[in-house]
Design a binder for this molecule. Structure first.
Ligand SMILES: [Zn+2]
Length: 295
């Protein structure tokens, strides 16, 4: 009898200990999930560094009236992570010839445009490059310490095959190609292979529906949900509202499918941020003259 009593006591002790241990680990994992959750969160800003005046809307929206013109916003987007990462989506431009080719107004270099956020160019740790066009890839060299993330197929094509024909590199600047190759030789380019939600916590890359050879969009986890930086995979809100493909795409059907996909990935359709719509700066709260916070 005594033996059995002792055994029961020991069993009860084990049971209590086991329960305590399970509770402890549950608590620990809940805590680490919440800490991780915080680390994933980003503040998102749209930063306007220039305006292109009198731009034909028919170059932005497939089938639009050719007489329509508008001033479009040239912007980059800043993602400030709780973990200290400072990423920008795209890098703007600064090369001289574009100031002759287009009516550029109110220009400041993209690297200066982020100053009101308390950021210097060297603070930018990452550039998530949506595509290789001159007005998005043209400022990589303004952010000397940043690691550049782009689709591998976009990199491969525009550093190679695209230049075998005069017709397959419209909008791509040879100097931007040299810069990204140089960045790669410094070990500062990360290739994204298709849709990718695991390489960076709180950040997702999605295939962009053929604005260029392999353009991409970026999803970001914020305090309030998921924001989608569409870049030029959607030029204007009107593309989404009227369900019209962008005028510059290698595959209009794929573009429309991607527009739908971006809307479904965002916590709210209004959190899909288009590449050149000046209305972005009316729809979100102002931080400074040229900057709004996307929330
Ligand atoms: Zn663009």
């Amino acid at each position: 009898m005594k033996e059995e009593g002792r055994r029961k006591k020991v069993e009860v002790k084990w049971k209590v200990l086991r329960r305590f241990t399970v509770a402890f680990f549950l608590l620990l994992s809940a805590f680490s999930i919440s800490v991780r959750g915080e680390a994933d969160k980003y503040e998102v800003y749209a930063v306007r560094f220039a305006t292109l005046a009198d731009f034909p809307v028919s170059s932005l929206i497939a089938g639009a009236d050719r007489a329509r013109r508008m001033d479009i916003a040239m912007m980059i987007w800043v993602l400030k992570g709780a973990d200290g990462r400072v990423a920008i989506v795209d890098s703007g431009f600064h090369r001289e010839q574009y100031f002759r080719q287009f009516t550029v107004k109110d220009y400041i270099t993209p690297s200066d445009a982020i100053a009101p956020l308390g950021l210097k160019p060297a603070d930018v740790t990452d550039i998530f490059l949506s595509h290789m066009h001159w007005d998005h890839a043209g400022g990589i060299d303004l952010f000397p310490s940043a690691r550049v993330w782009l689709q591998k197929e976009e990199y491969d094509y525009y550093t190679g095959d695209a230049w075998q024909s005069a017709r397959t590199h419209g909008g791509i600047d040879a100097d931007d190609v040299l810069e990204i190759v140089r960045r790669n030789t410094m070990g500062k380019v990360s290739f994204v292979r298709g849709d990718d939600e695991t390489s960076l916590s709180g950040i997702g890359f999605g295939i962009g529906g053929k604005h260029t050879f392999q353009s991409q969009f970026v999803t970001v986890t914020t305090r309030t949900g998921t924001v989608v930086m569409a870049s030029d995979n959607v030029y204007l809100y009107e593309n989404m509202d009227a369900h019209k493909a962008i005028a510059q795409t290698l595959d209009a059907v794929s573009n429309l499918r991607t527009q739908d996909r971006m809307r479904s990935l965002a916590s709210d359709p209004r959190l899909v941020v288009p590449g050149h719509d000046p209305a972005v700066f009316d729809r979100f709260p102002k931080v400074s003259d040229r900057i709004v916070r996307i929330e």
